[in-house]
Design a protein around this ligand. Structure first.
Ligand SMILES: NC(=O)c1ccc[n+]([C@@H]2O[C@H](COP(=O)([O-])OP(=O)(O)OC[C@H]3O[C@@H](n4cnc5c(N)ncnc54)[C@H](OP(=O)(O)O)[C@@H]3O)[C@@H](O)[C@H]2O)c1
Length: 268
């Protein structure tokens, strides 16, 4: 998986075709994150075509929405996503939330059967890796209990300076070799105004955004910032030409103690 990606949820600030093509063509971005829920799969497929970047050089991630949880519906959902993207496979397919449709009698069984469908899609080559998003430790343990063939290879979770970087789930993913992806790496825009981030931006002669992405990269996690703007796509890609000191990492690690926020809540 590339060390940095581009989000595509239109929830904060919309989706931008030009910015996505620019990220691919001019900024070296190779990881694209989408989801059936975002309604951007077709747009991502179009951006890939317009960029001219060969499919094999890209890492495309999409996700199964909770209304499609289940064995049969899980398999169909991936087919629908591939069709929308115009691709024969995705590089990573994720269960978007550990939530089952209203009225599901046995949610644990529902999640386990969905995972079985994910494993079979993986074996069939429709996705090169499988994972989850927003899973808590108890949800991973359900997969171990069913003696799954493949444990999640990657996980998306909310990760930014306004949350504790050392919380249990992070340690759990590390201990279980699950590659982590940081969604809402800017806390959906809320973190730009933090004085400590601004101070470090001045010190390193970088932008606040670059400081926050670099902090995530140095935690060994893959940030997927979203922007609909060409200039910001360029800015967000420039995070590999500097390094934060141990002391400054610690400053950012402690922000959540005074300013904390959680952006995403489970759907219902
Ligand atoms: N798995 C999940 O459950 C889950 C949940 C949430 C998100 N995600 C994924 O993660 C991606 C990123 O998360 P997010 O969209 O919630 O939030 P985010 O990336 O933390 O923040 C996006 C906001 O920051 C602004 N922005 C981006 N770059 C900027 C820059 N350099 N300077 C100033 N402002 C900037 C954007 O505005 P402009 O667009 O106008 O630049 C937008 O308002 C999503 O798009 C999606 O792909 C996954």
């Amino acid at each position: 998986m590339p060390a940095l990606g581009l989000g595509s949820s239109a929830q904060f600030g919309g989706y931008g075709h030009e910015a996505t093509v620019c990220a691919l063509k001019d900024c070296g971005m190779r990881l694209l994150d989408t989801a059936a829920r975002y309604g951007t799969e077709e747009s991502i497929g179009k951006a890939i075509k317009d960029s001219g970047i060969p499919r094999k050089d890209l890492f495309v991630v999409t996700k199964l929405w909770f209304t499609n949880m289940g064995y049969e519906s899980g398999k169909k959902a991936l087919q629908a996503s591939l069709k929308a993207l115009g691709l024969e496979y995705v590089d990573l397919y994720l269960i978007h939330w550990p939530v089952c449709p209203d009225g599901t009698a046995d949610p644990v069984k529902c999640r386990q059967e969905t995972w079985k469908a994910m494993e079979e899609s993986y074996e069939a080559g429709l996705c090169k890796a499988i994972g989850v998003s927003n899973y808590e430790i108890s949800h991973y343990e359900e997969l171990k209990a069913m003696k799954c063939k493949v444990m999640p290879q990657a996980a998306q979770l909310e990760f930014h300076v306004m949350q504790d970087p050392n919380r249990e789930i992070i340690k759990y993913c590390r201990d279980n070799n699950i590659v982590m992806m940081a969604y809402s790496p800017y806390a959906a825009g809320k973190a730009f105004a933090l004085p400590k981030v601004k101070e470090l931006a001045e010190k390193y002669k970088k932008t606040a955004g670059q400081i926050m992405l670099r902090w995530i990269v140095q935690h060994g996690i893959v940030p997927i910032p979203k922007t609909a703007k060409v200039e910001r796509a360029k800015e967000n890609a420039q995070v590999f030409d500097f390094e934060l000191s141990k002391e400054d990492m610690a400053v950012l690690d402690s922000i959540h103690k005074e300013s904390s926020v959680k952006i995403c809540e489970a759907p219902s």
